[in-house]
Design a protein around this ligand. Structure first.
Ligand SMILES: Nc1ncnc2c1ncn2[C@@H]1O[C@H](COP(=O)(O)OP(=O)(O)OP(=O)(O)O)[C@@H](O)[C@H]1O
Ligand SMILES: [Mg+2]
Length: 460
């Protein structure tokens, strides 16, 4: 494991040097002389433990402790207190400090205190990871969304989950097909039995057959030992065949036989093996069309098309977007231990006009990315990648095109100037120079884009 990073925050140089000398062999040690500097490092580095002086020149040790506990809950703090300030240090422990040392501390005592604090930090980290995993597993099988579409699908699941009939799930990629399959399995009454998912488009062609049917030892070069196929593994439970539209034509006949007869043979084997599972298949290709074009067997199509369920694309149920966004914000806030609690109404509005070709998976990936890089509590328009701002253009009738084009350009220009202002510490003259624009042009643009007030406020 990499060495833990310890931040020593004390305005007394002698104290910093002593602590650092004792700890630097076993830990990565950073030192600062003020609370302000400590907060900067907390933001920029990966700190595990802070040795924090109670009495600091600017922001007090107590305030730093409060900020740490609110924003970096995994960072442990050990307070350093003068001998006559023990009262304050004890107070700090009530507010989340791990312990305290007085300035006449014993070296061994310090070492063991630091070791224990680091162990506690590891434990806390494990607890969070585990509870995130549990939360993820527990939560994953719910179809979220207030839309009519989702409510109808949830109703249908209740009706058909316990039947043994094959379910065919149709829908564009990322619409929640696998999630639905898992939900059907859980509600089937056989939730404790296996749920075996096979993505047929992800397996190399030559391996599809042995993956599904299994093989005997020596059945082909490389078959060093017997292997059970997914059909056998799913016995008693559910077999989910994803991307069934990609199944090789000759294997479609074999699959049909296996489903109809409830029997398979392993590759290279000769005895029939009974199988018994609930079959759920999914595809994002138009199977009707594939049948017409002789790419998919008609008899297999009829055999699997018993209970079709279509997952609608996100753009057709955009009213689900706020709840889904909330779900993913919560999921990734926990996972990345971040502080992001929500998204502004206007950012949500921008997202609701987007086309979402990758559907819910795309939304999930976007939120994951935004949460991972954000240090804010609320995500706003400016956090959204440019393509989401431009999206309105794609779906808008052409008469509005020009206005939307202008809006998109303004958004881009606004973000660009904001970033330049930020870089130049909100000094407009410096920003103009940085952008290579005459000062008057920049000022004009800033008025037009409502940036003057912001710049004034931030400049203080
Ligand atoms: N209604 C929903 N509520 C909550 N989460 C959802 C919902 N729909 C989809 N998701 C989540 O979106 C992601 C994509 O869903 P899933 O993998 O089921 O889609 P898919 O249709 O199988 O996609 P692909 O075609 O790309 O395989 C998953 O993380 C899933 O948990
Ligand atoms: Mg899938």
């Amino acid at each position: 494991m990499a060495a833990k990073t310890i931040l020593i925050c004390d305005d007394d140089l002698g104290m910093r040097d002593t602590l650092s000398a004792i700890l630097k062999h076993d830990y990565r040690v950073l030192t600062v002389s003020s609370g302000e500097a400590a907060l900067v490092l907390l933001r920029e580095d990966d700190i595990d433990l802070i040795l924090l002086d109670v009495r600091l020149p600017g922001i007090s040790g107590f305030d730093v402790l409060r900020i740490v506990k609110e924003n970096y809950s995994l960072v442990e703090c050990i307070m350093i207190s003068a001998i006559n300030e023990v009262e304050t240090a004890v107070q700090a422990m009530k507010h989340g400090a791990y312990h305290y040392i007085t300035k006449d501390f014993d070296y061994d005592e310090l070492r063991s205190l630091v070791r224990n604090a680091c162990e506690r930090q590891d434990l806390n980290r494990q607890v969070i990871t585990l509870s995130a995993q549990v939360a993820e597993q527990g939560e994953r099988e719910f179809l979220i969304g207030p839309s009519r579409h989702i409510r109808d699908i949830v109703d249908l699941v209740q009706k058909v989950a316990k039947l043994s009939a094959t379910v065919l799930i149709l829908g564009e990629s990322g619409t929640g097909k696998e999630l639905l399959a898992r939900l059907l399995h859980r509600e089937s009454g056989k939730g404790d039995a296996a749920f075996i998912a096979v993505n047929l488009s992800a397996i190399p062609h030559e391996l599809v057959e042995s993956t599904l049917f299994g093989h005997e030892r020596g059945a082909f070069t490389g078959a060093h030992k017997q292997q059970l196929g997914k059909f056998e593994l799913a016995t008693g439970g559910t077999l989910f065949l994803d991307e069934i539209g990609d199944l090789r034509f000759d294997l479609q006949a074999k699959l049909l036989r296996a489903i109809q007869e409830g029997e398979i043979e392993r590759v290279g084997g000769s005895k029939p093996i009974r199988t018994d599972f609930r079959l759920i298949v999914a595809t994002n290709v138009d199977l009707d069309k594939a049948v017409k074009e002789n790419r998919f067997r008609e008899d297999l199509y009829y055999r699997i098309n018993v209970i079709p369920i279509r997952m609608p694309p996100l753009r057709d149920r955009i009213e689900d977007l706020p709840e889904l966004t909330r779900l993913f914000l919560d999921r990734y806030r926990t996972k990345f231990r971040k502080n992001v609690h929500g998204m502004s109404a206007s950012a949500l509005k921008i997202l609701s006009t987007y086309w979402w070709p990758g559907n819910i998976r795309e939304l999930e990936n976007l939120i994951e990315r935004l949460v991972a890089v954000s240090d804010k509590e609320y995500l706003t328009d400016e956090d959204l990648p440019l393509e989401y701002h431009f999206a309105k253009l794609d779906s808008a009738p052409s008469a509005q095109g020009e206005t939307l084009f202008q809006e998109a350009c303004d958004t881009f220009e606004r973000n660009f100037i904001l970033r330049a202002l930020e870089k130049s510490d909100w000094n407009v003259t410096a920003t103009a120079k940085y952008l290579g624009l005459p000062l008057s042009t920049l000022k004009h643009k800033m008025s037009r884009l409502d940036l003057r007030d912001i710049a004034r406020k931030l400049r203080g």
